[in-house]
Design a protein. Structure first.
Length: 575
């Protein structure tokens, strides 16, 4: 299927099949999808574990090239950061509307805008905008509701669900694997609703899970945490490697504000602890975590933020209300929304007291609950104690929006994960390849102004290197990078032959993960992963053979460019 045919099929999904995808929002629809497993052994051309951004993009890439897919997801929502993690205000670069991502990624963004134009009562001024932004959030050119993202994603896959080319197993975490030598034979998925298990077999497997779940289950070699400067020669690496040094996770939530109303409810169980908690970080954090002062990520000097849900009366300080706003009520006709809606993914709800990989199940559950308590405590603090511009304290009219997140407690279904297990890859991306200062140091004045040129590039991306505080007490690391490429070698494990990485589990370091973990880059990684398996099936060669044979690699890069993947930045830009 060429790209034109795929677009035509997608157009069918967004119109004629709307009634087909809507049941996915209901428990009945979810259970119906789960029953397709029913304890059977299922097989396909490729099994993709994890239906987040990378897994979804990999799925579409395989489907449009005629291959059958089994896609598993441990929650009941596909979409990862866009939906289940509540981060529907993507972190993107300035050129995203025209280049620097795959065409499929831009198709998704355009489809979100079209969804609002088709289904929502927009004002004439909003409808006239070339690049409509529903929330007008400061962080992104496209801030939208998670459920809208979910609906658009289902519209993309609706024709393939209907035809049977795609089997979607939601609420099915991967719990086991059968491996022979350097190849995976089957994965075992468990239905979280019934407890039944199903074996999934395929010639190829993709790990697009949020935490790199397949790696320990399959015995694939991987690393966690930070490498040492001795290992990588990175300017910002620490002297000693520490596998437990991992970035904080965050439980996002959505809220609105109804002036004159009181929505303060029961105080969270751990509120006093989090209200008084002072992060023990180096360099030091400026006071309590629940505070409007934080460490400026680039300078680590104290910086004050503002918060005012009534308007922008915070002077020079950034108003956090506007930062990740997903609904600007002024974009919609009067009465559509009683308030703006904003997403809370702030420094104040970064969870620093525990990791989420390679720990016992009891500790994992404990950390999940503690991270939720932090976010609920932050919300309660905003209702009751945050300083107001008029000298008072708290905004009791703030209201959690469980309907936005699809949960009872109002928090996202899954935490926002910044760092996962990372494969030991054929090629590891180092700071010297993409970091501005490190690149200049190793490449010199002439070549150091652009990122490394990878012979096996399968995508492009850009974001500054942004590492949040870690669970071992390190403050932000935030510095300039260069528009970069995604090397195929970083998606391929050193040893395992039929596994491809497609999320935050690729061959980066702790440092370079900071610019390869964002929405459009993860999409590009996932789409490239789906494409390399598709091409392997078409040519009857292994993914590593594509990289190792120059002529085959050249043909593959031409193949992916024909389907909207970019392998190089424009010549008049860096890289």
């Amino acid at each position: 299927m060429n790209r034109r045919q795929f677009v035509e099929l997608f157009a069918l999904g967004t119109s004629a099949l709307t009634s087909f995808v809507l049941p996915a929002f209901s428990a009945t629809g979810n259970e119906g999808m789960n029953r397709i497993a029913g304890g059977k052994e299922l097989s396909a051309d490729v099994v993709i574990a994890g239906a987040g951004i990378g897994g979804f993009a990999a799925t579409i890439a395989a489907l449009r090239n005629g291959h059958s897919v089994i896609l598993t997801e441990e929650t009941d929502w596909i979409g990862g950061q866009f939906t289940q993690q509540g981060l529907s205000c993507p972190d993107e670069h300035p050129w995203i509307e025209t280049h620097g991502a795959t065409q499929l990624y831009r198709d998704f963004r355009n489809a979100v805008r079209e969804y609002y134009a088709r289904n929502y009562p927009l004002t004439e001024s909003a409808r006239a905008q070339k690049y409509f932004n529903p929330g007008n959030g400061m962080v992104s050119r496209l801030c939208f509701e998670p459920r809208v993202g979910l609906s658009v994603l289902y519209n993309f896959i609706a024709p393939f669900l209907k035809s049977g080319k795609l089997r979607l197993l939601i609420k099915h975490p991967i719990v086991g694997a059968d491996v022979t030598g350097n190849k995976i034979r089957t994965l075992k998925a468990r239905n979280n609703s019934t407890g039944s298990e199903v074996l999934l077999s395929a010639p190829y497997f993709i790990d697009a899970t949020e935490l790199g779940t397949l790696l320990p289950l399959t015995g694939t070699e991987y690393v966690t945490g930070s490498e040492s400067r001795h290992e990588t020669n990175e300017l910002h690496a620490t002297e000693i490697a520490n596998p437990k040094k991992q970035q904080a996770i965050t439980f996002c939530f959505a809220m609105d504000f109804l002036k004159g109303e009181n929505h303060v409810k029961n105080k969270p169980t751990d509120y006093e602890f989090w209200r008084d908690y002072i992060p023990k970080l180096s360099p030091a954090w400026p006071g309590k975590l629940l505070n409007l002062a934080y460490s400026n990520p680039s300078s680590l000097q104290p910086k004050t933020l503002g918060f005012d849900p009534e308007g922008n009366r915070t002077g020079k300080a950034l108003n956090l209300w506007d930062y990740r706003r997903i609904i600007d009520k002024n974009n919609f006709k009067p009465g559509t929304y009683n308030s703006d809606v904003t997403i809370v993914n702030w420094p104040q709800n970064d969870f620093l007291l525990g990791n989420f990989v390679d720990i016992k199940e009891e500790e994992f559950k404990k950390n999940i609950e503690s991270a939720k308590q932090l976010s609920l405590s932050l919300f309660y603090w905003l209702q009751t104690e945050v300083p107001r511009p008029d000298g008072g304290e708290g905004w009791p009219g703030l209201r959690l929006r469980p309907d936005i997140m699809g949960t009872e407690d109002g928090l996202a279904k899954y935490p926002y994960i910044r760092e996962a297990r990372r494969i030991k890859a054929f090629f590891t991306i180092l700071e010297e390849h993409v970091g501005s200062a490190n690149r200049l140091l190793v490449a010199g004045e002439q070549s150091g102004k652009k990122a490394a040129d990878f012979f096996d590039s399968v995508g492009v991306g850009y974001y500054h290197i942004d590492l949040h505080p870690t669970t071992t007490g390190n403050n932000y690391i935030d510095f300039n990078s260069l528009p970069f490429q995604i090397p195929l070698g970083a998606l391929l494990p050193e040893r395992m032959e039929n596994l491809v990485a497609a999320s935050k589990n690729i061959g980066t370091t702790h440092i370079t993960n900071g610019c390869y973990r964002l929405h459009p880059v993860e999409w590009s990684i996932g789409e490239a992963a789906g494409m390399v398996i598709s091409y392997s099936r078409i040519k009857k060669v292994s993914p590593r053979a594509i990289r190792e044979k120059p002529e085959l690699l050249k043909e593959f890069q031409k193949f992916i460019r024909s389907q909207g993947l970019e392998t190089h930045w424009p010549k008049d830009m860096a890289t």
